[in-house]
Design a protein around this ligand. Structure first.
Ligand code: GLU
Length: 278
């Protein structure tokens, strides 16, 4: 399909992976094989000459495991403490894996205030630019350790769209626990079918995007992904939702294969990112 072929030429790619894709479903332990495969794929994207930004969750999930906590954290303080433990561990693993393939990973932690405040937004954009021009791979997460309800993005789907818009990326890939967007919830309706391309994000699609994420580790769900799509396409960025259970999907997407659901960009006139942040 010709539209898909165009994805071959995307230079700056933001990839979002969620906690449910990075951990074993049954135990919640980190899936090291998956992290390693993801790292390899991202290093290959760098090898193809692309700018790569990873938005990775997992801080709280990793912290939870480190502290042998079985239940999901309920208070903000618990979440913040677990993120503080888990984020450092997560980055340690990424640093090691990227170093194996001679790539350098960098950490960027953000809150809503980073985007809202003109000076921090400007500085953050400069940092991204500088890192990418050095050939480093920025790994972004919400700064959960300081983010309270008022300043949190809440989920990394939104965060990844803001990052893509801020860095003027060409393509945003959201890796999910589902193959893409369906006409209905496929776990309940056997007739639900995968939508290969959304050329215009109409109300009808929004209604289809009921929350379909079943995992207890991530936070997103399909409606958050559609919000992300709205930001991305308005910012002029194509976005793909694909299954994160196979990270090679990333390579298939950038080689123009028909994987997941593609939301086509149509840059809104006078796009202003601040209008998308409440
Ligand atoms: N920032 C959270 C974490 O790293 C996850 C947010 C999300 O899953 O969307 O644990």
């Amino acid at each position: 399909m010709e539209i898909r072929e165009q994805l071959k030429h995307k230079k700056r790619v933001v990839i979002k992976i969620g906690s449910s894709s990075l951990t074993h479903q049954m135990t919640g332990e980190v899936n090291y094989q998956k992290m390693e495969q993801l790292t390899r794929v991202l290093c290959d994207l760098r090898g193809m000459g692309k700018d790569v930004i990873l938005v990775s969750s997992g801080a709280i999930a990793v912290g939870r495991k480190a502290m042998h906590m079985n239940k999901r954290p309920s208070t903000t303080a618990e979440k913040q403490a677990l993120a503080s433990i888990g984020q450092a561990r997560l980055m340690m693993t990424y640093q090691r894996l990227f170093a194996e393939y001679s790539q350098v990973a960098a950490q960027i932690l953000m809150t809503k205030n980073t985007m809202k405040n003109d000076l921090s937004r400007f500085n953050t954009r400069n940092t991204f630019e500088e890192l990418l021009s050095m050939g480093a791979i920025p790994i972004v997460n919400e700064n959960d350790t300081v983010a309270t309800y008022e300043i949190e993005f809440g989920d990394n789907d939104h965060l990844s769209a803001y990052v893509a818009a801020l860095t003027k990326a060409d393509l945003l890939i959201l890796l999910s626990d589902i193959d893409g967007m369906y006409t209905d919830d496929p776990s309940r309706n056997p007739d639900a079918s995968l939508i290969p391309i959304v050329s215009e994000l109409t109300e009808e699609y929004k209604n289809m995007g009921k929350s379909t994420s079943k995992s207890d580790v991530g936070t997103g769900g399909m409606s958050a992904k559609l919000d992300a799509a709205r930001i991305a396409v308005d910012a002029g960025i194509d976005m793909v939702i694909a299954n994160g259970s196979n990270v090679r999907n990333i390579l298939d997407i950038v080689s123009g294969k028909d994987v997941g659901t593609l939301f086509l960009a149509h840059q809104k006139k006078n796009f202003d990112l601040l209008n998308y942040i409440d």
